[in-house]
Each structure stands twice: as structure tokens, then as C-alpha cells.
Design a protein. Sequence first.
Length: 287
Amino acid sequence: ATPTALMVGTGRGAQLGILIKGPEVLESTRRVDTVVLDKTGTVTTGRMSLQEVYVAEGTDEKQVLRLAGALEHASEHPVARAVAAGAEERAGALPEAESFENVPGRGVRGRVEGHEVAVGRLFEELPPELARAAREAENGGRTAVVVGWDGTARGVLAVADTIKETSAEAVRELRALGLAPVLLTGDNRTVARAVAEAVGIDEVIAEVLPEDKVDVVRRLQAEGRVVAMVGDGVNDAAALAVADLGLALGTGTDAAIEAGDLTLVRGDLRVAADAIRLSRRTLATIK
Ligand code: ADP
Ligand code: MG
């Protein structure tokens, strides 16, 4: 390989908004046939908002919001930020949580106003009215956040994310390059399907715990697939590192950026296609 052509490739990359760790990174893109896309913050903006509140009969809506908001206030998860902001807006100032525990990929738990509160995906069984509310939210592509305390589920909060305007076009471009897109998320299967359908992805791997994302990439590799992974979160870092090509969004966390081979500066997924196109072209010049 001629180093000059590779240097030209990295220079052009910078103009397109692609930061490349080292020229040798371009080599690994040649055989990539699968592109795994994280959902939240990658295909979607990750800027979420509280849309709807459902409560079980006899439950005070403000109490659901206050207890949920108080706990989520202590978490940095995009779902948590939406719940805390929405709760404060609808129910006023939030109480202080007396204890707080983060349950990765599931939610938060802790003590508020003398109750043992859980928020997220922490209840096995829901009463029929709440199960219906959760299903309704999920069918519309919104995340259902279950709120309960002292062992009983008492409310469902519907939290909406927004799909990036450029995501569907990016998926089309990736397909045109011969890559099979896969959507990967810790979120619910129904929500993931709704997002996948909106951007033109058929293959969905959902309800994956943060620490298991890396195993999904390894499994695809074991099937003989050469995998590019695109992600933004702390929970994507290990998968980005193991992938044949890791593309981190510049809008994402430092952990993801450090683990990736390439950084897409603007967080626009179409640039993932540009990156693969550029490196193939650069390599063609060399051969
Ligand atoms: P993703 O893979 O989409 O980035 P995560 O693995 O971080 O998502 O979380 C998976 C799911 O767990 C979320 O979609 C949400 O339903 C639930 N969850 C995680 N953290 C929280 C939280 N702080 N509050 C409520 N729900 C949460
Ligand atoms: Mg993410």
C-alpha cells in the first residue's frame, strides 16, 4: 500500500467530517458487509420528551410524576432526563430521593418520600389497564416507562424520541453500498420495530442489555459477517472496539469516541456511507 494514497484518504475524510484514527483503519472497511446501528442517539436524536401519563385506577397522577421524577433526576440516561423534566413541568418541584440505584439497561430504583420506588423496565407483571397503555405507547414507537412503588406498578409514562431526518436516506445509501443494516438496542422489541420500519431496516436485535451488545457483534462475526458498528453511548464502546470497523458519533460520549476507529463529527449517519465509500475509493487507488 502506498502511504501517500492513504494520507490523501484521511485528508479527504477530514473535509467530509470524518476523523480517522490512523491510515491503516481504511483497510478494514474493504470487506465490511454488515452495518450495526445503535438506536438511541444514533438513528434517533436521543433528545426525548415525556408525552403521555397513564395511571392505575385510584392512583394520583401527580404522585406518580413526583416519585418517578425525583429518582430520574439523579440519572443521566436520555429517558431519565425526559421523565425528570416532564415530571417537573407537570407536577412542580420534585422531592429529594433518599437513596438511588441505577440498573443498567432497565431503569432506576430508590427511596422517595418513604416509598421503595422503581422506574423503567423493572416490573414483570402489569395490571391489564397499564399493560394496555404500555402496548399502545410501544406500538407508536414510544418507550413505555413503568413507575411503581412498594412492589406495585402504578403508572406508565410514554417517552418519545425523534428519528433523525437523515437516517432513512443513510440506510438507503448503506444498502446501495451492499451493506446489510441491523438495528441494535436495549429498548423494547415493538419500539425498535417501529423505528426500524420508519428508516427501512428489516433486521432488529432488541432488548439487549448494555454489556451484551458486544456479544451481538461477536455472534454476527462468528456467522462469517464482517461488521461495522455505529454508536454513540458508553454502552456501545465495547461493541465499537470489537467490530471490524467502529464508527463513533462525534455527538456521543468520550468512551464511544475512544473505542471507535472513525469519528463521524456531525452525528449525521449519511457520513457513515461517505466513510465507507471514501475508504473503498482510496484502496482502489492503491491496488
Ligand atoms: P439503548 O440501547 O437504546 O441506548 P439502554 O440500554 O440504555 O438503551 O436502555 C434500554 C431500555 O431500558 C430503555 O429503552 C428504557 O426502556 C430502559 N431504561 C434504561 N435506563 C432507564 C431509566 N433511567 N429510566 C427509565 N427507563 C430506563
Ligand atoms: Mg445510543
